[in-house]
Design a protein around this ligand. Structure first.
Ligand code: HEM
Ligand code: HEM
Length: 253
C-alpha cells in the first residue's frame, strides 16, 4: 500500500476503533440518565454528566474522522501523477485551509458557553463540512433526493448524522434544563442511531468497492453499469509492459 492508501484507511479505522465504542457507551449512559430521571433505578449523580461528556467526544471524533475522509478525497486526486488538479495548488491549499478552519471552529464550539456563540459555531462547523463535501473531488453516489442512490449514499447520510450530532453538542445546556429540548434530543438521536448503522453498512460497502491507488487505472476500464471488466488478457495488453496493472483487473459482481 502507498502512503495515500494508508491515509484512506485512517477514516474507517478511527470510526471502528474510537467512534463506535464511544457510541455504545453514550447510548448506555443515555438510557441510565433516563432511568434516573424517571426514578426507575438508582444511579450515581455523575451519570448525566458522563453521558454528555461521552457525547462531546463522540461528536468531536465524528467531525475529525469526516474531515480526514474529505482531506483524503482531495489529496488522492491531487497526487495522481500526470493528472492536473482542478484549480492547481492554490485551490488545494484553500481546501486544506478550510478543513483546518473547520477543525478550529469545532474546538471553539466545544468551549463556547453563550447560546448565540454555540449556535453560530455549530452552524459554521456543519457549513464547513458541507462546503468541503460539495467539491467535485468528493465522491457522492447521487445528489438527487428522488433517486434511490441518494438514500444509499455514504456521504449524504454521513453529513446528516454529523449535523445532528453537532446540533446536539451545541444544545447541550438546553437539553439538560428543558424537557422539550430533551424530547427533541431523544428523537433526533434515535435517528442518529439508525444513521450510525447505515454508515457502518455503506462504509464497509465503499471499502469493498474502492480500489487501492495502484489498482485504479485497471478498475477505471470496467463498465460499472454492466458490472463487467475487460478480460485479464485485454487488460494486460492495454497496460504498459511490466506494470502488472493488467493482472489485477477483477470481474465485478
Ligand atoms: C447516540 C447518541 C445519543 C443517545 C441515544 C442519547 C440518549 C439520551 C437519553 C435517552 C437521554 C435521557 C433523556 C431523558 O431523561 O428523558 C439523554 C440525555 C442527555 N443527552 Fe443524550 N444521547 C445521545 C447523544 C448525546 C450527545 C452527542 C450529547 C451532547 C454532548 C448528549 C447530551 C445529553 C444531555 C446534556 C442530556 C441531559 C442530561 C441531564 O438530564 O442532565 N447526548 N440522552
Ligand atoms: C459515524 C459514522 C460515519 C460517518 C459520519 C462517515 C462519513 C463519511 C464521509 C462524510 C465521507 C466522505 C464522503 C465520501 O467520500 O463518501 C466518508 C468516506 C468514507 N467512509 Fe465514512 N463515515 C462513517 C463511518 C464509516 C465506517 C464505519 C466505514 C467503514 C468501516 C467508513 C468508510 C468510509 C470510506 C471507505 C470512505 C471513502 C469513500 C470514498 O472515498 O468514496 N465510514 N465517510
Amino acid at each position: 500500500m502507498t502512503a495515500i492508501d494508508w491515509l484512506a484507511l485512517l477514516h474507517p479505522v478511527l470510526m471502528i476503533l474510537f467512534v463506535y465504542p464511544v457510541v455504545g457507551a453514550t447510548i448506555r449512559l443515555g438510557i441510565l440518565v433516563r432511568e434516573k430521571r424517571l426514578g426507575l433505578t438508582q444511579q450515581p449523580a455523575l451519570v448525566p454528566r458522563e453521558h454528555a461528556d461521552h457525547g462531546r467526544w463522540l461528536t468531536a471524533g465524528v467531525v475529525v474522522a469526516v474531515l480526514i475522509a474529505l482531506v483524503h478525497a482531495f489529496l488522492s486526486k491531487a497526487l495522481v501523477p500526470g493528472v492536473p488538479f482542478n484549480g492547481g495548488l492554490p485551490r488545494l491549499g484553500l481546501l486544506l485551509l478550510v478543513s483546518l478552519v473547520t477543525l478550529m471552529v469545532l474546538l471553539v464550539l466545544l468551549r463556547a458557553k453563550r447560546p448565540a456563540l454555540r449556535a453560530s459555531f455549530g452552524l459554521l462547523t456543519w457549513a464547513g463540512l458541507l462546503g468541503l463535501g460539495a467539491q467535485k473531488e468528493v465522491w457522492r453516489l447521487s445528489d438527487d433526493p428522488l433517486s434511490g442512490d441518494f438514500w444509499a449514499s455514504h456521504y449524504w447520510a454521513g453529513v446528516l448524522l454529523t449535523g445532528l450530532l453537532v446540533f446536539t453538542l451545541a444544545a447541550r445546556p438546553e437539553i439538560t434544563r428543558q424537557l422539550r429540548w430533551r424530547r427533541l434530543h431523544v428523537v433526533a438521536n434515535l435517528l442518529v442511531m439508525v444513521l450510525l448503522a447505515v454508515q457502518a453498512i455503506t462504509g464497509c460497502r465503499d471499502l469493498l468497492e474502492i480500489p487501492l491507488s495502484w489498482q485504479k487505472p485497471a478498475i477505471e476500464r470496467c463498465n460499472v453499469s454492466q458490472r463487467r471488466c475487460p478480460s485479464p488478457e485485454a487488460g494486460a495488453a492495454a497496460a504498459s509492459p511490466g506494470s502488472g496493472a493488467g493482472a489485477a483487473v477483477p470481474h465485478l459482481g
